[in-house]
Design a protein around this ligand. Sequence first.
Ligand SMILES: NC(=O)c1ccc[n+]([C@@H]2O[C@H](COP(=O)([O-])OP(=O)(O)OC[C@H]3O[C@@H](n4cnc5c(N)ncnc54)[C@H](OP(=O)(O)O)[C@@H]3O)[C@@H](O)[C@H]2O)c1
Length: 325
Amino acid sequence: MKAVVITTYGDPEVLQIQEVEDPEMKEDEVLINVEATAVNRADTSQRKGQYPAPKGASPYLGLECSGTILAVGKHVSHWKVGDQVCALLSGGGYAEKVSVPAGQVLPIPPGISLKDAASFPEVACTVWSTSFMTSKLSAGEKFLVHGGSSGIGTFAIQIAKYRGATVFITAGSEEKIAFCKGLGADVCINYKTEDFAARVKEETAGKGVDVILDCIGGAYLQQNLDSLSVDGRLFIIGFQGGAVSEINLAPLSAKRATVQAGSLRTRSTESKAKIVSEVEKNVWPAIAEGKVKPVIYKYFPLSEAAEAHRLTESSKHIGKLVLVP
Ligand SMILES: NC(=O)c1ccc[n+]([C@@H]2O[C@H](COP(=O)([O-])OP(=O)(O)OC[C@H]3O[C@@H](n4cnc5c(N)ncnc54)[C@H](OP(=O)(O)O)[C@@H]3O)[C@@H](O)[C@H]2O)c1
């Protein structure tokens, strides 16, 4: 099969499409003929050698895909050859075929094309497992998402609105702010021209927000803690602003705040299967109702993965970039 290979760690041009061996399928896995995959920021870190694939994962990039099942392992009963699906992967999506544990496979949400379904698994599983399963965001609560125009952000705005939360976002341009407003975000803050913590305080009469989904890390830690309400929950999923920070712990105690961090990719197969099943139960109906839509900025042929990485790293995009073999 053809796959995008990281020929050596470095800039986007190190990505080259090559002929490689087909993946081996285990007894609890299915083999998928890939219709589409999507780019995640983590792929750019892996390409640079800063985010190695977990043990046992495919050496190829790609944390999600959609496609048609070509074969099923002998311990798989839920899926059959010919089923159209999408899947959360530990790697290997940038290829014509990929094998994946059956518990990480989802049906195509009604009303979504096979190609566009590739844009959902990573964002849906990340946002649902962090903000909802762990941080327990619920109806009537206030939710702040950093990077509102990112793949993660555009999904988080929609699902949080669907679940009845008031959504605050940060973004770095007026074009991105306008897009997030169009998706339903209630309070949009341009972090390049405003202090987001001051604006959150102003908009919440000093009370703060209940849940924050943060992809900046160190650089935002103090401001995030300042923006939390009493019993507030901060979940850190990225370190675009570094991983080191010195903070004042006193407000944490006064607010009984919870700070958590985590990565979806490094979870066990069992844990991913649990998340995927919760996503199917809780998120897929919102997509089927048309309340959560795919936000796809551009489609690229798989052979132009390097170009898609350049665009991701420029941060000019809004939502997801989809690669089609
Ligand atoms: N832990 C996990 O399991 C997990 C899973 C998936 C994703 N993630 C993380 O989630 C983040 C989003 O992922 P993605 O693939 O959706 O990425 P993406 O589309 O490339 O978006 C990255 C976003 O970060 C925003 N950003 C950069 N600096 C910012 C700042 N100082 N304040 C606010 N926003 C800022 C950019 O917005 P502007 O252009 O407006 O600056 C851009 O929208 C990444 O950090 C990724 O590593 C983590």
